[in-house]
Unconditional design. Structure first.
Length: 715
């Protein structure tokens, strides 16, 4: 008997809860006596293509244990019932989960970490993109997404604050698609097209959409309309699978993202520097800064089984780039530097995962991961000459080129683990992984893991786990700076101390309980603690919306999460609340981005990390009223950090969204869906950032009230 997985049917408000899940398949192998089975010559029977795909999905599920970890599941049906449906950006979908904190530029922080999320699609690790503010993955590709946190099994490495594990939509069960458009506030227009299907041994799923609006990035002012904030974003995704035989399939998956952003302006700022021949009374509302983000990836995967061993082997290539174009006049006048920055990285990976049962009590899983990267940064900056105190000595700028050397970074990982059924109610998963990172520094670690799930009763499940983590810095964000180049200029750095960014090493402990009350209510409580050495953090230390990693010598993170979900008939509700405290002490790398007074203070004091938020909440209710789905949901945040060494925090906020959805079945083809949504219905004005704090460059306000309509026609 497997330990039980407790979760609810998807709520209209959007969620299914799972705390501590065993490794078991979610698909059922069809019988060879199924009416759909076909006979071969000689009377032998074989599964048809739909059944084979189902069997292979079951095989792939066996590759990933989740014992000891905390898990939160959001289904496709749940996503479609969110206020914006499957138009909802992926980061907004994940904000429904406990312990997920929203930040500006679309950033997410899970359990006190800055980003540190690993994205997997159908079990394949997708190498991360250069951090910015565009969303790389389209929510429409999702059939099911689960967020794994806590003490993860040995299979998971590198980015460990949370594993965003996406199961893609496929066309193996039917052929069809949809065409639709979302339109509304801030000039939003978002058309989309989805097409899926199958023929014999081939199945496919394709989707593409284009978004344009006038609120691409958070407004630096409290006004309703941002200045110079237009965005154009295009995304495509495809997944094609072919059955080589009844035990093997070959899949090719690809995705492209091309996002262009205007950087919004904060008007009426006071000029700081004088530029020869500059226009008189230049207004900061006329700045013209722009940023472009590109990501492309392709995955070739072979998945199946031989004997009693299940496997998946994949080859992956990802290219990502980000380009910042300054306003050469305005940036010099207000910032004393106008930097054109281009960063790019190409990653080639191989991943292999295997699962072999041994007797009735053990399942051994093992695998490897290897990645080669080619990151680089090209930077050309206009600056003014300056004296020792940083005062401008000339109104004529000079050009400084600071291009990083092109390196070949490598990452290697091996793991082995055993899922051991100690009894019908108790399961242990123990294992170890070994990792090596070779980039600007060579670092490695052997990391033990152990997790338990105890099925105390038919309604109560407990879990606990320990994991040692090794988190190398994102090589595509490391931009070695020649500090000497900027000495004697208006871009002279606060200090001249620097060291290579280090890998983070931590011990993570997690324990929780899931309790089902009656037939409709599920409650969960989870607690965690993480002890960190060389804690990694990210900051924006210039006008370009590009983040730079640095390390604190020590870190400590702890908190708890409460989850609840209720479903009965057409009514659904959920409520999550989490408390977290994340602190660091003594900056040991990237010191040149800090003032000497701040460095001295942090060396002797535990400080809150800039993304630390004490209390976070989410929830919602929905009701199906005669075929019309009505919903209300909310997000709460007690405020991110601000001020000198993050010693203050911003005010708390709560935003509410309302929605109504109805499907009409008329006309040729499939049904027609209408979705109306009003976000931030109370028009709450709130700041995510005020421009102060470590690694925070400018203020950012949350979006004001917006109304949207989505029309979708299935075919």
């Amino acid at each position: 008997m497997h330990p039980r997985r407790f979760h609810l049917l998807p709520l209209a408000a959007g969620i299914a809860i799972v705390l501590s899940a065993p490794s078991h398949a979610t698909a059922t192998q069809p019988s060879s006596d199924s009416p759909d089975a076909s006979s071969e010559a000689g009377g032998a029977k074989t599964l048809n293509s739909v059944e084979v795909f189902g069997k292979l999905d079951k095989s792939r599920n066996k590759l990933s244990p989740e014992i000891g970890a905390s898990q939160y599941v959001i289904t496709k049906q749940a996503i479609e019932q969110l206020p914006l449906g499957d138009t909802t950006p992926l980061n907004q979908v994940l904000l429904q989960a406990p312990g997920v904190v929203q930040d500006s530029y679309g950033q997410l922080h899970v359990r006190g970490d800055h980003a540190d999320l690993q994205y997997r699609i159908d079990g394949v690790i997708i190498p991360e993109s250069i951090a910015g503010f565009g969303q790389t993955l389209d929510t429409r590709i999702i059939d099911r997404v689960q967020l794994l946190t806590g003490a993860l099994p040995a299979q998971y490495g590198y980015r460990t604050a949370g594993i965003v594990d996406i199961t893609t939509s496929t066309g193996r069960n039917e052929t069809g698609g949809s065409i639709g458009v979302t339109a509304g506030s801030s000039g939003t227009v978002n058309p989309e097209l989805t097409w899926y299907g199958n023929q014999d041994r081939l199945s496919w799923f394709f989707t593409g959409n284009f978004l344009k609006d006038d609120l691409g990035i958070e407004n630096p002012t409290a006004g309703r309309n941002a200045i110079h904030d237009h965005t154009d974003q295009g995304k495509t995704f495809g997944d094609v699978s072919y059955l080589l035989n009844d035990d093997t399939r070959l899949s090719f998956m690809f995705g492209t993202t091309d996002n262009r952003f205007q950087i919004p302006d904060n008007p009426n700022q006071t000029p700081v520097y004088d530029l020869a021949n500059a226009p008189a009374n230049f207004n900061s509302a006329d700045l013209n800064e722009n940023q472009r983000e590109i990501t492309r990836f392709g995955v070739l995967a072979l998945q199946g089984s031989f004997g009693n061993t299940d496997y998946q082997i994949s080859l992956n290539q990802r290219f990502t780039s980000i380009g910042f174009t300054p306003d050469p006049v305005g940036d010099l006048i207000f910032n004393g530097v106008a930097a054109t920055i281009d960063q790019a990285n190409r990653a080639d990976t191989v991943q292999a995962d295997f699962s072999t049962p041994l007797g009735n009590s053990h399942t051994v899983r093992y695998g490897l991961y290897a990645e080669g990267e080619h990151p680089f940064t090209d930077s050309s900056s206009l600056v003014f000459p300056a004296d020792a105190d940083g005062n401008e000595t000339s109104t004529t700028p000079i050009t400084i080129v600071d291009d990083s050397p092109h390196i070949h970074a490598r990452t290697y990982g091996l793991y082995v683990q055993d899922e051991w059924k100690l009894s019908d109610r108790l399961t242990m998963n123990y294992g170890v992984r070994a990792d090596e990172s070779e980039a600007y520094l060579n670092q490695g670690q052997v990391s033990p893991r152990v997790g338990f799930v105890y099925d105390a009763s038919d309604s109560t499940t407990l879990h606990a786990g320990y994991a040692r983590y090794f988190t190398p810095p994102p090589s595509e964000l490391i931009s070695p700076t020649d500090i000497a180049l900027f000495q004697g200029t208006t871009n002279q750095l606060p200090t001249d101390v620097n060291a290579e960014t280090l890998a983070e090493r931590s011990n993570s402990f997690d324990a929780g309980i899931s309790q089902k009350v009656g037939d409709h209510l599920t409650l969960g409580l989870d607690a965690y603690y993480r002890q960190v050495h060389d804690l990694l953090d990210l900051g924006q230390f210039g006008a370009a919306l590009i983040f730079s990693p640095f390390n604190y010598d020590q870190g400590r993170v702890h908190g708890f999460e409460f989850t609840s979900s209720y479903n009965e008939g057409g009514f659904g509700a959920y409520f999550n609340v989490s408390s977290s405290k994340a602190e660091g002490r003594d900056v040991v790398t990237g010191q040149y981005n800090f003032g000497q007074d701040e460095l001295a203070y942090i060396a002797n004091h535990w400080i809150h990390l800039d993304h630390d938020q004490g209390l976070t909440g989410s929830g919602g209710v929905s009701y199906d009223w005669s075929g019309t789905r009505l919903g209300v949901d909310f997000l709460y945040g007690s405020g991110l950090r601000e001020g000198f060494a993050n010693t203050g925090h911003l005010p708390s906020y709560t935003t509410f969204n309302v929605s109504a959805q109805r499907e009409f079945d008329f006309g040729p083809g499939g049904p027609f869906n209408v979705n109306l949504a009003v976000l931030n219905v109370a028009d709450r004005i709130y700041e995510l950032r005020d421009g102060s704090g470590i690694g925070v460059f400018a203020p950012q306000y949350g979006p004001r009230r917006g109304a949207y309509v989505t029309l979708t026609k299935k075919f």
